[in-house]
Design a protein around this ligand. Sequence first.
Ligand SMILES: *Cc1c(COP(=O)(O)O)cnc(C)c1O
Length: 401
Amino acid sequence: MKRRTGQDRSVTRNWKPATQAIRGGTMRSEFGETSEALFLTSGYAYDCAGDAAARFAGEQQGMTYSRLQNPTVQMLEERIALLEGAEACRTMATGMAAMTAALLCQLQQGDHLVGGRAAFGSCRWLTDTLLPKFGIETTIVDARDPQQFEDAIRSNTKVFFFETPANPTMDVVDLEAVCAIAKRHGITTVVDNAFATPALQRPMEFGADVVAYSATKMMDGQGRVLAGAVAGSEDFINNVLLPFTRNTGPTLSPFNAWVVLKGIETLDLRIRRQSANALQVGRFLEGRVPRINFPALPSHKQHNLFTRQMDDAGPIFSFEVEGRSQAHALLDALELIDISNNIGDSRSLMTHPSSTTHYGVSEEKRIEMGVTEGMLRLNVGLEDPEDLIMDLDQALGRAGL
Ligand SMILES: *Cc1c(COP(=O)(O)O)cnc(C)c1O
């Protein structure tokens, strides 16, 4: 495997994101293939026993086993690191594997974590159920207010963990302010950047230490495979994350890595078009529903902060109707938009979080998070926005709005 002449890191680092998305991390085999090769292999053969010993001792470069390294997976990791502006990245089998690894690799019994209130349901399960089970204390705060992070700090606080924008309330966290508080106290910030992707928001530019992804969402972007990623400094990835993941094995399959590599080639194009479509659909809904949670709209309370941090609207927002029965009636009346709890797909998808993605979160916690019974989350796809607006218009009418 070789990179094309000139594709060493000192050169690729300087490429702009559009170039990184197509070329970043590419390695070529002796066949000179233009598209990245898919290496479906679990193991690697050695020329002699001494080579095997040298590789295990770390004295010889090369791969040993696909739980640890795989060329296709490595190309994806390098590409995400370059897009993120991170020193290093490791991919995982799913977004949740990435979140779990990013937290468990650095926390131990007796430590304390401060987490954002609004979060993906499984992320709340990590902070509320899994971590406390292993003696890691957690405090949940309203992440829209940086002061709440500062007030929650204890002598044993090790990690701040939050999403921005958060699923599904679209709470925006002030990255610069919260990361500055963390830095002053020697706390590591782990940011779940699934909604924005590095195409629209690079948390490290605002001081974040670790960025974790569900690459299932916009990076694949076409609803095909599950994948996750964790990006950070070489020191964090090699000395903190890797010992955990190499031995616990939440490894991404080479096939899924290859699909995501292909997805990233069009990430910027898709997310820009989906953002424009989402804005058009959002402006229509703004006049038709009691409440819309879409920070890209100028009427949103956190609009200024949002535009400081994010380059474009993103494809996802939520809105609220009158309770569960009206929300379900609206979903059932849709003719084009699918009822589906996935996001980041090129298809428009709508879900009722409180009965799906946040079903596992207690009612009390849902209320605390702001996930109401009338809330619907919409992922706006690449269809013609006029068709989407027509579908929503007729469905709203049939639901009595
Ligand atoms: C989907 C999602 C996850 C989980 O990712 P999977 O790939 O489904 O495991 C985590 N965080 C956020 C914000 C998500 O949207």
